[in-house]
Design a protein around this ligand. Structure first.
Ligand code: GLA
Length: 392
């Protein structure tokens, strides 16, 4: 993990903003999704865990309406007033996640005072490990602590998601913000994205660990292709619901119903729907398999999830497929798949502890030879969700 600590963030904050120490310091984690991909915006199931990679914020309430936000990593500050309309910043794009949260809170008639805020993180950007959700969540928790409005955490996570949808223009589901807000140490989180009911499931991995591998391919296509996938799912629902009016989202559909409508469906839309429907089933099966301590089955479901994302949902890429294939052929690996939105980013594999070192070495060599990119390997225990960790 990169250099990141509270003292450093606090010191930079104090030097930068009128020599006042921060009143609130928060941490918000990144996440890795273990299974349940592209199901959240179809009101289905997901199973992510929070990571030790995190983002720290330090902040102070101002008595006026000014907002100053400083990115320690980019060494840049933006300034604007809460009185004017909060605008999208096409230059300092990083600031839009915080801007969006502020704008959404104001739209919800929450009274806010001005704020000075500085942040720094070690969640690799463009990796699909949710650095943007962590910034939204860190901003939201800070604003809540400084302004004292009451809102339950799931509701705050929803607001962060809406900020990303309406302000940033990325039509993401609720998963990333929810796990960053609600994660629990040593647990992954099973979430029903329709009701927002959730369960923390202990991750007893015995002699296995989840190993994350960053392909080094930034998932830049994600926004446009992602939004396109969402539309294809909606097109599928429009067709399915004509014959089966109870189907409001793909969460409600079964494979039998989908197949009954196959002739009316565009073949691409059919495959998108098939992925979502089977992926929801896999999440439910994977929770059962963990409850029965059956990691072999969990690994198999991870493999099936990847194949479906590669072939039906078409959100993988050659580099990711190389990593997955290599992992699957390696001794002591139970399963491997792409994680997150897709088109690059990371894989997650369930690896026997005794094999991790050999696996990592050989994977790096293999991948470098094939692609001339050095992959990054991360291992993290499941971390806690966002929290306030300091301030005066
Ligand atoms: C991105 C989005 C999430 C989710 C995943 C795919 O990470 O932010 O809401 O849709 O892609 O599972």
């Amino acid at each position: 993990m990169g250099q990141l600590n509270t003292q450093m963030v606090s010191r930079i904050f104090t030097n930068l903003f009128d020599n006042k120490p921060p009143q609130v310091i928060t941490r918000a984690p990144g996440r890795v999704n273990l299974i349940g991909e592209h199901t959240d915006y179809n009101e289905g199931y997901v199973f992510p865990m929070a990571l030790e990679f995190q983002l720290l914020t330090a902040a102070h309430r101002r008595s006026d309406r000014l907002v100053r936000i400083h990115s320690i990593d980019y060494r840049k500050t933006v300034e604007f007033s809460l009185d004017g309309p909060i605008r999208f910043d096409p230059v300092n794009r990083w600031s839009n996640y915080s801007r969006g949260v502020l704008a959404l809170l104001l739209e919800n008639d929450i009274k806010l005072s001005g704020i000075d805020l500085a942040f720094s993180g070690n969640i690799p950007q463009g990796s699909g490990l949710s650095s943007s959700a962590a910034l939204e969540v860190g901003t939201a928790l800070t604003l809540q602590a400084l302004n004292g409005f009451s809102m339950e955490r799931p509701e705050l996570a929803r607001l962060c998601q809406q900020a990303e949808n309406t302000f940033v223009g990325m039509n993401c589901g609720i998963m990333d913000q929810f796990i960053s807000m609600m994660g629990q140490k040593h647990h992954a989180l099973f979430l029903d994205c329709r009701s927002l009911e959730y369960r923390h499931i202990p991750l007893e991995l015995n002699r296995y660990r989840f190993v994350i591998c960053h392909s080094g391919v930034k998932h830049s296509l994600v926004d446009s292709e992602y939004n396109k996938r969402r539309e294809e799912c909606n097109t599928g629902v429009a067709v399915l619901s004509q014959r089966f009016p109870r189907i409001k989202t793909l969460r409600d559909a079964t494979l039998t119903q989908l197949n009954a409508c196959r002739k009316e469906l565009d073949p691409v839309v059919y495959r998108r729907c098939r992925h979502v429907i089977t992926e929801n089933q896999r999440v439910l099966q994977s929770i059962d398999s963990l409850n029965q301590n059956d990691l072999m089955t969990f690994g198999r479901l991870m493999n099936e999830s990847h194949d479906s994302l590669r072939d039906d949902y078409q959100v993988s890429c050659d580099e990711i497929d190389l990593l997955v294939e290599f992992a699957r052929n390696f001794k002591g690996i139970l399963g491997s798949r792409i994680t997150g939105g897709g088109f690059g980013g990371c894989t997650v594999s369930l690896v026997e502890i005794a094999q991790i070192s050999d696996f990592s070495k050989q994977l790096i060599e293999y991948y470098q030879n094939k692609t001339h990119i050095t992959p990054q390997i991360y291992i993290s225990t499941p971390a806690a969700g966002a929290e306030i960790i300091g301030g005066k």
